[in-house]
Design a protein around this ligand. Structure first.
Ligand SMILES: Cc1cc2nc3c(=O)[nH]c(=O)nc-3n(C[C@H](O)[C@H](O)[C@H](O)COP(=O)(O)OP(=O)(O)OC[C@H]3O[C@@H](n4cnc5c(N)ncnc54)[C@H](O)[C@@H]3O)c2cc1C
Ligand code: FES
Ligand code: FES
Length: 475
């Protein structure tokens, strides 16, 4: 496919399959996928252009907690300027000297490919898994959970994954002995990637029309499917201020620009941090796919302010506050006053999210639930996170009942919380809270679920939370 030259063109450089590559004279909304295919690298396919199928998977070299890693991402969700300075490999790089890589050979041996449309995507996810630093035992088939196959069926693909041993000796393994490229500032027509928060704020002040872009998993979908064009994009990927992960007596501070995969790794690796709450363990696998979680950020999820976004209920139940930076300095805001109306937040022009603070102590019991049409990799009909602290007598000391998909904004059901405060946490309390939820929530019905269905879900998820706690206490 030939890409047309464009008047507002740009030029960016990156490492592609080990070679310095320059992309020039292209429209700024060109995706990495379109660029690769225009270069004849047609292994990566377009199945959906919205991050759902994984046919476009490529890997980026990134520094991860356990070492340098190949991180699989959806190339359909990267505007080409976001690739500047990155090191990227496509499926074409894997086979060498006339022989397939181990991952490709395993797919052949186990019959993991029929039409082959999805296969390069599976191969790239599995290649990254085979080389995952610190991996012990067989490859995890869930590493390919963002890749869909319509003809082979997943058993042969799973068998291929389980067959693979350690990453083979060779150039790909050797590459991981050195750090990933450090992202440097970039500026080209229509796109800038500043290197510091101060530079970012100055750019935002100078370009009031600009949109921030982090992982791009919301914005690039808008461009691909709804033909949205953004006059000016400011990438936050190189801002170290948005990549903190700190634990202190005050709580945990999570940078708004860290991907979900990075947050998960850092939290588990940090001995000084409170243990990962059960609600986080519930939440992570239900959020999209590994490919999306390698790019998507909390800043992007909260700023999008979708009433069915999954980040808000989790963070509301953990009593989160957000750190906001802008032309007048920094301020902290409780997350429960951040969502003003449908897709409208408390961010003023020129402001951005820097981090999210989860105050200590984290709740003693917190669970996250997501009801959707599919169990995995789907958009919520209703998402809920409930957190309860009890006193020694089993009475409710603190309750946080947070919900998404039941109003124009994600919210805390404060009246229901008040109805159970100081009461024994028993079925009577659950009934009281359910009655208040039924009276105070006013969900909007749509193709995912009627208002009545959403209301019923909110109550039954709370009941489920209670029952699960009883089971835990009994265990
Ligand atoms: C296949 C697929 C599955 C998905 N599944 C889920 C799911 O299960 N649950 C769910 O909740 N969402 C889901 N999403 C939506 C999306 O992945 C999330 O909302 C994600 O967290 C967005 O983060 P991002 O970094 O990619 O945002 P981007 O697309 O980069 O930006 C989103 C918005 O946030 C703004 N923004 C970004 N960073 C900042 C910042 N630091 N300060 C202020 N504004 C900022 C941008 O200007 C833009 O308006 C899915 C998306 C896809 C494509
Ligand atoms: S083309 Fe389907 S995920 Fe990219
Ligand atoms: S082999 Fe045909 S879609 Fe997977």
């Amino acid at each position: 496919m030939a890409l047309d030259p464009h008047p507002d063109t740009f030029s960016v450089e990156f490492l592609l399959n080990g070679r310095a590559t320059c992309a020039e004279n292209l429209p700024p909304h060109t995706t990495l996928l379109d660029f690769l295919r225009s270069r004849g690298l047609t292994g990566a396919k377009e199945g959906c252009a919205e991050g759902e199928c994984g046919a476009c998977t490529v890997v980026m070299v990134k520094d991860r907690r356990a070492g340098t890693a190949y991180v699989p991402v959806n190339s359909c969700l990267l505007f080409l300027p976001m690739a500047a300075g990155q090191e990227i490999y496509t499926v074409e790089a894997l086979a060498g000297n006339g022989s397939l890589s181990e991952v490709q050979q395993a797919m052949v041996d186990y019959g993991g490919s029929q039409c082959g449309y999805c296969t390069p995507g599976f191969v790239m996810s599995l290649f990254a898994e085979q080389h995952r630093p610190g991996r012990e035992g067989p490859c995890d088939p869930h590493s390919m959970a963002g890749n869909l196959c319509r003809c082979t069926g997943y058993r042969p693909i799973r068998d291929a994954a389980r067959e693979l041993g350690p990453a083979p000796e060779g150039a790909f393994r050797a590459r991981l002995a050195n750090p990933a490229p450090r992202l440097v500032p970039v500026s080209c027509p229509g796109f800038s990637r500043p290197g510091t928060l101060a530079e970012c704020l100055a750019l935002m002040a100078g370009h009031p029309e600009a949109r921030l872009i982090a992982g791009g998993t919301d914005l690039v979908v808008e461009a691909n499917l709804r033909q949205r064009r953004f006059p000016y994009l400011i990438g936050v990927e190189a801002l170290e201020e948005l990549r903190v992960f700190r634990a202190s007596a005050e709580g945990i501070e999570i940078g708004a620009g860290l991907s979900f995969a990075e947050i998960d790794e850092r939290w588990r690796a940090m001995a000084a941090a409170p243990p990962v709450p059960r609600a986080w363990d519930d939440w992570v696998p239900l959020f999209a796919s590994p490919l999306i979680r390698n790019r998507a950020t909390l800043g992007g999820n909260l700023a999008t302010a979708s009433p069915i976004g999954d980040g808000a209920p989790l963070l509301l139940a953990l009593d989160a506050r957000v750190r906001i930076a802008g032309p007048r300095g920094e301020r902290m805001t409780p997350l429960d006053s951040f969502f003003l109306d449908y897709r409208r937040t408390a961010l003023e022009p020129g402001e951005l999210l820097v981090s999210i603070l989860l105050p200590a102590p984290l709740p003693a019991a917190a669970r996250f639930y997501k009801a959707a049409k599919r169990r995995m990799d789907d958009i919520s009909t209703v998402a809920a996170c409930f957190a309860i602290d009890l006193d020694d007598g089993g009475r409710v000391l603190r309750a946080r009942l947070a919900l998404g998909g039941v109003a124009r904004v994600p919210l805390r059901a404060v009246e229901a919380e008040e109805a159970i405060l100081g009461r024994r946490w028993n079925q009577d309390a659950v009934r009281r809270a359910r009655d208040v939820l039924a009276r105070t929530l006013h969900p909007i019905g749509d193709h995912r679920g009627s208002a009545a269905y959403r209301l019923a879900l909110a109550g039954s998820l709370l009941e489920k939370f209670w029952w699960e706690q009883q089971e835990e206490l009994a265990a």
